[in-house]
Write a protein that binds this ligand. Structure first.
Ligand code: ZN
Length: 432
């Protein structure tokens, strides 16, 4: 079946300014898009009437836990969860055990990804050797081996001199420095956002300024060096203000936000349910509103899940003992379509840019477009499908999803990776 036709869908590709009813033809042998048009024929046809055909979604921030914690997730289970959630590609964070700070670890991630199939997994490399924050990793070797960006995610690079060097090197490699911005001197021992909720609960708060000080420092270093900075999981209104102003004066900076920081606030922590413990913490309504405003005006470029699997045993400890992190790859598209796109708060086109075109451009990945000759990585959405987020149906090994039980309208129904079709959660969660 060499030529596959996705028939009669609404083809929405912001990269080529395409939005209309069309057929999309794919060469499944080369795994490339042939063309879009009317009355196209092929060897196999999939009826896409009533569905949206978009360039494949890319999750630029996920923790796949292999090597080191395979009971939480593996590259295989993570890649399978990704396609099930509508993602064609995932960037795996390097804070595994051992960390991805050497060429062999990069090669291992690619090998496991190839063995698994499903979504493509791209490893990020560490900024510092052993994530120790003391000396730079072999960034040149890592880049050559295929690390798609550099990050010490899980922590910030505390030493400004080291980050300066990393940003300078990033220019030669054409790879972004992805920063988890947190001044731990201000967030040490913190469990949730510092504000009225932490005061009511009497637990240590993580103030917004702990993030904003590092965003500000990093933006200044990017401006000074001309290096490429990407701030990941931005969570506060103040960070968005800093990034918006930096972009306005031409600093080479981009950023992403997570679905949980867009859709949840620290009020959720009043339940004392440890599933809501996450780093950076859930913030206030005002912060969440500003993240959305940033997505709308371009201050925020991408949405990434920060998928962080933990075992049920770990997450069932009391709130202050439970590890930080939520899973998100199989809920992200549904909750965003339902809570932001359906009520008209976020145009679908902007969602596709934030989840496909922009991550591809920032990371330099092959994807994020449906132009002829592009990789046939495609996410197909049903905007009218009603379903309930049920982690028991997830392909991820973990269940710590903060959106469990949400009734939503809209889901990915299938994902095409390099011309091959995989069922997404909309196919397996039939209409309610
Ligand atoms: Zn992080």
């Amino acid at each position: 079946m060499p030529v596959l036709v996705l028939k009669g869908g609404r083809v929405l590709d912001p990269s080529s300014d395409l939005d209309g009813m069309a057929d999309l033809r794919i060469d499944t042998i080369s795994g490339r898009i042939l063309d879009a048009g009317n009355d196209l024929r092929g060897d196999e046809t999939v009826d896409c009437r009533g569905l949206v055909v978009a360039p494949g979604f890319i999750d630029m921030h996920a923790h796949l836990r292999e090597p080191g914690a395979k009971s939480k997730e593996t590259i295989r289970s993570g890649a399978e969860a990704a396609v099930h959630g509508g993602f064609c590609a995932v960037v795996a964070m390097p804070n595994t055990d051992p960390p991805v700070d050497n060429e062999a670890s990069v090669a291992f991630a690619y090998l496991q990804s190839e063995r698994a199939g499903f979504a493509r997994v791209f490893p990020a490399g560490t900024i510092t050797a052993g994530l120790a924050g003391e000396s730079l990793s072999e960034m040149g070797l890592l880049a050559r081996a295929g690390a798609v960006c550099f990050t010490d995610d899980g922590r910030c690079v505390a030493d400004a001199g080291l980050l300066r060097c990393a940003l300078e090197y990033s220019k030669a490699f054409g790879r972004v420095i992805m920063e988890h911005c947190e001044d731990v001197a201000l967030s040490e021992g913190a469990v949730i956002n510092e504000g009225p909720v932490s005061a009511v609960l009497g637990i240590n708060g993580y103030p917004a300024v702990a993030e904003e000080i590092m965003v500000d420092r990093d933006v200044r270093l990017a401006e000074f060096t001309g290096g490429r900075l990407h701030v990941t999981h931005v969570s506060t209104a103040g960070s968005v203000h800093i990034l918006r102003a930096a972009k306005a004066r031409g600093v080479n900076v981009t950023c992403d936000v997570t679905p949980h920081h867009l859709l949840l606030t620290d009020d959720a922590c009043l339940s004392f349910d440890p599933v809501f413990r996450v780093n950076p913490p859930l913030r206030s309504r005002r912060d969440a509103d500003e993240l959305l405003a940033g997505l709308l005006d371009g201050a925020v470029d991408c949405i990434a899940t920060d998928h962080a699997p933990h075992t049920a045993e770990e997450k069932s400890q009391e709130f202050i003992a439970a590890p930080s992190g939520v899973i998100g790859m199989e809920s992200a598209v549904g909750v965003l379509l339902d809570r932001l796109v359906r009520p008209g708060k976020l145009p679908l086109r902007r969602l596709v840019e934030a989840m496909s075109c922009n991550p591809a451009r920032i990371l330099g990945l092959d994807g994020g477009t449906l132009e002829p000759g592009a990789r046939a990585d495609i996410t197909v959405l049903d905007l009218g499908l009603e379903w309930t987020v049920d982690p028991a149906k997830f392909r991820s090994k973990s269940r710590n999803c903060p959106f469990a039980g949400w009734k939503v309208v809209g889901a990915p129904v299938f994902t095409v990776v390099g011309g091959r079709i995989y069922d997404a959660i909309g196919r397996t969660c039939r209409r309610e």
